[in-house]
Design a protein. Structure first.
Length: 154
């Protein structure tokens, strides 16, 4: 697995999720054991559902453990005018519509908040640009020019 760049807040969020899964897992194990003690497992919905839930939890724990092992926390730069990992960027398109994006790791993507991966098309287009630059973003429904209005690090 390649290096997983992530912000400090993103790493903390993944660690909290992992801790919560590990804390809740024993209860699910006990529920499955109780359901198994009831007899015929092939028709026991509680047992079947519990086993499925346990597999999902184990799969997520494994995934988060691997992602955190490969994680490299990147601290946002300070007093930087160029766009790098962790930057919050305000852009304006050809129609004057503004949008704000934060360049983050793959595990932190949240489009509702404007968090985009540094590997995404918009993330790659914006990296190393600075305020006043114009970038061409290729989209399925046509290319669009974006002007970088502001760059800040939080």
């Amino acid at each position: 697995m390649s290096t997983n760049y992530i912000t400090r807040a993103g790493a903390k969020k993944l660690q909290e999720e992992l801790a919560n899964l590990r804390k809740g897992r024993p209860k699910i194990v006990q529920d499955v054991a109780d359901a198994a003690a009831q007899g015929d497992r092939s028709e026991n919905a509680e047992y079947i559902y519990g086993k499925r839930k346990l597999r999902e939890i184990d799969r997520r724990i494994h995934f988060l453990t691997k992602r955190l092992e490969a994680a490299q926390v990147v601290e946002p730069r300070e007093n930087e005018s160029k766009i790098f990992f962790g930057a919050t960027v305000e852009v304006e398109d050809e129609d004057g519509k503004r949008a704000t994006y934060r360049i983050v790791g793959e595990d932190e993507i949240d489009l509702r908040l404007g968090h985009v991966s540094w590997k995404s098309p918009i993330g790659r287009a914006l990296l190393k640009k600075e305020e006043g630059d114009v970038v061409m973003l290729r989209r399925p429904n046509g290319d669009v020019e974006l002007s970088v209005v502001a760059v800040r690090y939080e």
